[in-house]
Structures are given as structure tokens and as C-alpha cells.
Design a protein around this ligand. Structure first.
Ligand code: FES
Ligand SMILES: [Fe+2]
Length: 434
């Protein structure tokens, strides 16, 4: 059996029974198994680059945000040297969280139990019982544990618990082409406004992720009351919608408009948007050639995903992370981005557009959350373990794109999800047995 033994568990998994060789079937256990979930914490969340914060949240020394890497709580902070450090938010004395708020500016974190004090970047700076410390104590070990790797791209701060991971640039590879098409589209760049929305959804962490890698097909149905199948945006998706996979696990869902498409066609993201907002978007498109390649300029994006758990909804200016909490529970964090140079009234219109559709009370978000939680409940029916989920739509029709980096498929092709599970399998089954 080509399987693996989950650490600390008697459960052995048969790799072949979890995933079909071509990934057209994915076992329901991939979503509901407690043992697989525990192993994902080690083999996925301890070994990949994870998004932890946006640079615009850390303007000055002492600014910090509390975040997570999988289930590991971390503090992301700007030090007095201006550098960003990430440390595990657990007191070296007895494990309490030393930072107990979501974000702010601090000179020190004071652990509540015995009041040891730490800089926001993790260094131990005070122990009331200092004179009682043994001579032989290595004080270095009494600081917060540093996360070994931190790197930024397009204002996004990533960290990795794996000291030997490849550089972030290499990890993202050609996915940077699609990220650039969004993040460099707006003159002056983008910034995060306010703290993220955070809420819980009863689903497996991979379900929102795979949705935003490329499930373009559901929009006309699940969201049909807002965007019916014959709406202009769905007609445009049907004509020009593709998903592109630059490397397994990363993907982008885009409309790739013809080379002679006009700024008005590219800028009209939402026909029901206020005229001033549409005019602003069209104006951005008129000057986009100054900032992007001709191919990037033709991209009218919908969503993209960075392995393992970061997603971006392009038209709604929202970044989201699916934080795992249990096989059937996530904490979903959703940041709202806005163009730095957009006038206030445009920012307000974009914000309204985001909150009506997305965030914990957004209409579209409610519909998606319903689908993901039902999908998890379906995965939890043991009697159906012989009926894995089907991921074979469009199988074999995907091919390298002639103009864009990566393999592309039509809007209904589920190759984006098949390649995600290919990456998941490589992480879970080929990893060292630790
Ligand atoms: S547990 Fe933090 S100071 Fe004792
Ligand atoms: Fe959706």
C-alpha cells in the first residue's frame, strides 16, 4: 500500500483510495478526516509560504497584527529597525498568548501570568523574577520563537515555518504575472483599509480555496438571483472566461478579452455600479498600458489563489485567508483593499460594493458559505465513502496557453482543482515522515 501513517494516529491512509490518479475523483475523507487534518498542519501549513499581513497595516515601528499560520498563532510586527518580524504568540515560560488583541502599536507585550515582557518583535526584555533565573539559562530561548522566513511581494507579507523553503519569488513563479496584473493595475498601488472581517464557517478549509482558484461555473447558478445566466457578465464569462494554472496549487480565473477590447469594455466590472465608479475604472484602463504588458492589460480578472490558503477576489478588491480550525470549521478573514490614489467618493463606492456582496453579511458570501458548509456536510456521510466527489469536468481539454503563462481551460474546466489536489497530494504523501 502506498500510504502514510498519520503522526500520533493509528489511522493509515491509502493514497490511491483518497485521490484518483488523474484527480477526477477526490474522496470525501479528504475533507472530513481528523487524522488528515492533523497531518495537514505539519505537511502543508508548516512547509509553505503563508500570507500573514499587508504592509499597509504596519506603518511605523511598534505596529503589529496578530495572525495565524495554520493553527499556529503569530505576531507580525515592525521593529525599531523598520524590518518586519514574525514570532509565535506563545510565552516561552508557560505558553500563554502574550499578544491578546488583533492589532495596534505597542512598546511591549506583557504576559498576564507572570508578567514577562517582550518587544513586539519577540525579544524578551524583562522578567520580574530575573534574579531567580539560573546562571546557565540560555536567555535567547526565552524570547518568542521567531518564524524563520519572512518576505513580501506587492505589499503582501508572507512567512514560512520552514527555514529551508525556496524563496518566495520562486514559490510564486509565474503566478506573479497574474498578481501583477491586479496589484500593479492601479497607479500608486493598493492598500488595506481597516482590520479584516473575521467570521467562522462550518466547512473544510480547502473548500473556499478551491472555489476561488477557478470555480467560475457556479456564478450563474448559485448566485443566479443577482447575476442570472443571461446577464451581461455571465455572457462575457461564457465567451472569454478561462482558468489558468501557472503551477499546481496556484491559479487565476480571468476573462481574457480580445486584443482590440476597449478601456470601456475592460473597465465595466459591474454594470449596476454608479456611473462615477465605472468612469474611474475605465480611466484606469485607459492608462494601464503604462504599467502592464499588453497581455496583462487584456485581463479582466475574477479571482486568483495562492497555495495553500490565500485568495483574491479581483472585482471586489478583497483578499481572504481560510484559516483551518477543525476538519469542518474555518475562521475566514477578509481584508478590503483599495487603490491608494482613488478619490474618497470612489473609495466609498468600492467599499459599498464589497460589503453588499461580500464579508460576513454579504449576499454573495452568504450563498458561497451555504454551498461550502453543505459540501462539508455531504463529505461527512460515511455511507457515501465509496462515492468520492467528482472533479472531472473538462478533463483533458486544458492545454498550455499560447499567450499567457500556464495551462488554461475553458470556464467550466475543473483542472484548477485537479492541480490543487495534485499539489496537496505531493505535500501530504511525499513529505518526510515527521
Ligand atoms: S506564562 Fe508567561 S510569564 Fe509565565
Ligand atoms: Fe461564489
Amino acid at each position: 500500500m502506498n500510504g502514510l501513517q498519520a503522526a500520533g494516529s493509528q489511522v493509515a491512509f491509502d493514497e490511491a483510495s483518497l485521490l484518483a490518479p488523474d484527480y477526477s475523483y477526490v474522496s470525501r475523507e479528504v475533507f472530513n478526516s481528523e487524522a488528515l487534518y492533523r497531518l495537514e498542519q505539519q505537511r502543508i501549513f508548516e512547509r509553505n509560504w503563508l500570507y500573514v499581513a499587508h504592509e499597509s497595516q504596519l506603518g511605523k515601528p511598534g505596529d503589529f497584527v496578530a495572525s495565524y499560520m495554520g493553527e499556529v498563532p503569530v505576531i507580525v510586527a515592525k521593529g525599531s529597525d523598520g524590518k518586519v518580524a514574525v514570532s509565535v504568540n506563545s510565552c516561552p515560560h508557560r505558553g500563554l498568548r502574550v499578544c491578546r488583541v488583533d492589532q495596534g502599536n505597542a512598546a511591549r507585550f506583557i504576559c498576564p501570568y507572570h508578567t514577562w515582557a517582550f518587544k513586539p518583535t519577540g525579544e524578551l526584555v524583562g522578567i520580574p523574577q530575573a534574579q531567580k533565573l539560573g546562571e546557565s539559562v540560555d536567555r535567547e530561548r526565552l524570547s518568542l520563537k521567531r518564524v524563520p522566513r519572512v518576505a513580501s511581494v506587492f505589499g503582501l507579507i508572507f512567512a514560512s515555518l520552514d527555514p529551508d523553503i525556496e524563496p518566495l519569488d520562486t514559490y510564486l513563479g509565474d503566478q506573479k504575472f497574474y498578481m501583477e496584473a491586479f496589484f500593479d493595475r492601479f497607479p500608486g498601488g493598493l492598500e488595506v483599509v481597516g482590520p479584516p472581517h473575521k467570521w467562522q464557517i462550518k466547512c473544510n478549509w480547502k473548500l473556499p480555496v478551491e472555489n476561488m482558484l477557478g470555480d467560475i461555473g457556479h456564478a450563474a447558478f448559485l448566485h443566479g438571483s443577482l447575476v442570472p445566466p443571461d446577464s451581461p457578465s455571465n455572457v462575457e464569462i461564457e465567451q472569454h472566461g478561462i482558468t489558468v494554472v501557472p503551477s499546481p496549487g496556484h491559479a487565476a480565473a480571468i476573462r481574457y478579452l480580445p486584443s482590440d477590447s476597449s478601456p470601456a469594455e475592460r473597465g465595466a466590472h459591474n454594470p449596476s455600479a454608479p456611473p462615477e465608479l465605472i468612469e474611474y475604472m475605465v480611466e484606469v484602463e485607459r492608462t494601464v498600458a503604462e504599467r502592464l504588458s499588453p497581455e496583462q492589460a487584456r485581463i479582466k480578472g475574477m479571482a486568483l489563489g495562492i497555495y495553500p490558503n490565500l485568495s483574491l477576489l479581483w472585482g471586489q478588491f478583497t483578499l481572504r485567508v481560510s484559516h483551518p480550525r477543525a476538519p469542518g470549521l474555518i475562521e475566514y478573514w477578509s481584508w478590503w483593499l483599495t487603490p491608494v490614489e482613488a478619490p474618497d467618493h470612489i473609495r466609498q463606492m468600492l467599499r459599498t460594493g464589497y460589503t453588499v456582496g461580500f464579508g460576513p453579511a454579504g449576499i454573495i458570501e452568504q450563498e458561497d458559505s451555504y454551498a461550502w458548509s453543505q459540501q462539508f456536510l455531504g463529505s461527512d456521510i460515511r455511507y457515501l465513502n465509496d462515492r468520492p466527489y467528482y472533479y472531472g469536468l473538462g478533463m483533458g481539454e486544458e492545454s498550455p496557453h499560447p499567450e499567457l503563462p500556464g495551462v488554461s481551460g475553458r470556464c467550466y474546466n475543473e483542472h484548477y482543482a485537479r492541480s490543487f489536489y495534485q499539489r496537496w497530494r505531493a505535500d501530504m504523501f511525499n513529505g518526510a515522515q515527521s
